[in-house]
Design a protein. Structure first.
Length: 361
């Protein structure tokens, strides 16, 4: 199958949906199933400690309109902390402040960031803006100000999919209560992220998420599988996919965090499995003795050598950049904004170095 453009952080595509629905025995995908996979649906029911510290902010229609609007206009720079990236559009005139229309959301975002110690990882109901990390100087999703969040959200095709195509491939539709999801920033080791496939309320397969070979995972395979099977959550649908992160042990105990829940649908990447084998796998005769396979990237697997390839290759040029290139004035304005951003980041780095040097003296 050709490499079709991903629209979410789990590499989904409406085109893939159409092809696979015609060739594989998927049950009909309903809007309610998609809504059940939204963070706002499943997170409140989790007990404390089962996922990173997370806060949900309901979004108003003016803010959603802002995310959908062409171009990037940011509120006047109001850092959440002193390490803010410093990106600003250079306009202090209140008439040019887009947050006037959604002042409540803007204020709540700033308050929530302070509550989460000033640095967060953002996403919408389903998708994280992993395809837009190019827009921040840090080249990751670590946000130190509200404006960092807005830059990521407005530059992401994954987020656009949440806003405009959430029910692609579904047999019906529904209203979506949009939420901004802010997680307290934490260092994540991608080698211990796993995707788990649940059919008829039973885990039938577990796949490593990061497509590189990690030798240290091999002797831990059985331990990790047992930990994951103990972490299965209650969910309204019998078939679903969930992602977990196995955090480093504290006091000798490893913690399994629920990171995300994905639809049982072609849009979800089966990673080291195929949807055909997941859909046609025989039901175990003895449920108690059934042990699901946990698949790891082996040293000689082709996937082990994809670390040099560019992720989200379909998004090397974001929509705003492409749109700006069509209008010379817009392209010049975006270039100037980017230069200002990099200049401020360099000044901040130099200031930090001087402060550290003075402290050493």
């Amino acid at each position: 199958m050709p490499d079709l453009a991903p629209f979410r952080d789990d590499n989904e595509s409406p085109f893939t949906d159409a092809i696979l629905h015609d060739t594989l025995p998927f049950p009909p995908v309903t809007a309610q199933h998609i809504l059940n996979c939204s963070v706002h649906s499943w997170y409140p029911g989790l007990s404390k400690g089962r996922t990173p510290r997370t806060r949900l902010i309901p979004l108003t229609q003016p803010f959603i309109n802002y995310l959908k609007a062409a171009g990037i206009i940011l509120p006047p720079d109001t850092p959440t902390n002193q390490n803010d990236s410093g990106y600003s559009d250079g306009e202090d005139d209140e008439d040019d402040d887009p947050s006037v229309a959604w002042a409540g959301v803007h204020s709540q975002i700033q308050d929530t960031m302070r509550e989460l110690d000033g640095t967060v990882l953002p996403k919408l109901n389903w998708s994280a803006p992993k395809d837009a990390t190019w827009i921040l100087p840090s080249n990751d999703m670590k946000c130190k100000s509200a404006n960092d969040i807005y830059l990521l959200l407005k530059s992401s095709d994954f987020v656009t999919h949440d806003l405009e195509q959430a029910f692609d491939g579904c047999v019906d539709s529904a209203e979506i209560p949009y939420h901004l999801v802010l997680r307290k920033y934490f260092n994540l080791n991608p080698s211990t992220e796993f995707r788990c496939f649940v059919r008829n309320r039973r885990v039938i397969g577990i796949s490593q998420r990061e497509m590189n070979h990690f030798e240290h995972l091999v002797p831990l395979r059985d331990e990790y599988r047992d930990l994951i099977l103990e972490s299965v959550l209650d969910f309204p649908d019998p078939d679903f996919v969930f992602d977990v992160y196995i955090a480093p042990p504290k006091s000798g105990v490893r913690k399994v965090w629920i990171i995300d829940i994905n639809p049982w649908a072609p849009r979800t990447d089966p990673l080291l499995f195929s949807w055909l084998e997941l859909l046609t796998m025989d039901e175990p005769e003895d449920e108690e003795e059934f042990v699901p396979e946990i698949r790891l990237v082996q040293r000689d697997d082709p996937e082990a050598y994809q670390f040099a390839s560019t992720k989200y290759s379909a998004h090397k040029l974001p929509k705003d950049v492409v749109d700006a290139s069509m209008v010379p004035g817009d392209a010049h304005e975006m270039l100037e904004q980017w230069r200002n951003l990099m200049s401020r980041q360099n000044e901040e780095d130099e200031r930090t170095e001087r402060q550290e040097s003075d402290a050493d003296d």
